[in-house]
Design a protein around this ligand. Sequence first.
Ligand code: MRU
Length: 414
Amino acid sequence: MDESVLPRTIWWETDEKTGASGVYLIDQSRLPLQGDVLCCNTHEGICVAIATMALRGAPALGVAAAFACAIWSENESEETTVASYITALDAIAEKVSSLRPTAVNLARGASRISGYAHAQSDRPLSEIKAGVVAEAKAVCEEDEALCRAIGEYGASVFKDTEAIRELDGEYSGGVHLMTHCNAGSLATAYFGTALGVIRTLDSQEKVAQVWVCETRPVNQGARLTTWELMADGIPSVLICDDMAADVMARGWVDAVIVGADRICANGDVVNKIGTYGLACLASLHDIPFYVAAPHTTLDPSCASGSDVKIEQRDPREVEGFACTGIILPDDAVAARAFDSLTEKGTRELKLKNGHRMDISRKGGAYSFDAWMRTTPPGVLVYNPAFDITPSKLITAIITDKGVFAPSEVAASVE
Ligand code: MRU
């Protein structure tokens, strides 16, 4: 992995001159064609980024939740007593945790910060506040370290794989992997879980190719995973979700590796919708199916997948498609027209058939965010964001603590 190519997902910055702090994050809702960096000076800003999926992926959500509590503490909290501060912090943690129900890391990141404050309640308020920021930064740093450990353990699963050799222009050796959604650097503080394994294997020259499922309806595979793999120069091929069976049947997949949003006590894995289908297909074709996740994604309080609340999302994700882009006015007349359209801020255009387009100006550039309907108005839609893969379909779960049979993974955090 060329560390200079991929941006960090989320980070804390304090201006040396002014002392002002902010949380910075890459807006993933517009990647890969626009890579805006959002600066959040309030917890509300981070809440909006989470709700709109500008930031997503279970481990990254955990970091964002910790930072939301910390930025509130640093920039917004006006409480003067420890007791009132802790009560208010608990409410912020609760609010952040409720934004997305399925990924356990979100609530865990928030409760780690409120738990820290409770544990320090006999100290002066100023010290607790400084400690809260340090704790949130630690959540971020630790997450990257967990991912790197997952990478090492994951690569050990493929230790007998022959490294790639070039023979008369032909390549031999290396594994052909398939992945789903984005369990990459963008879904974590940095480096990634499933993609962390792939990156580590690639550094050993053992990745022949990665099949990337597009991951309808939000297209995290098509937009984010391909972008990450291409940035790293790891050979990858994008397929529509419904092509996975054909690719497996042709013998072109040696193993499937995905991330997780929550891992239950019995080893059931809750992950992006479509994961269960891939696991069924892998089982049918005798292809090993691996899950890679930090131990912070384990939730022994959920006995099985049926205990997990599955997030239902906006039907518009399925009823059409969203896209974003930059407008290049080709002469001064067109530029003046866009200036006048956007002079009062974002301008929503009224379009036929329920399509939508917002035009806005950023500095000297004009951009659009559009949503185009592809379905009949009024169509009924079911749009769960995640599904449950039963433990019996999972070959092994790779965490930062080792490689486990699904039935044994919960014991690794006891
Ligand atoms: O809805 P998202 O994009 O937040 O869902 C992300 C996933 O399902 C990932 O596969 C999962 O969080 C693992 S990320 C390391």
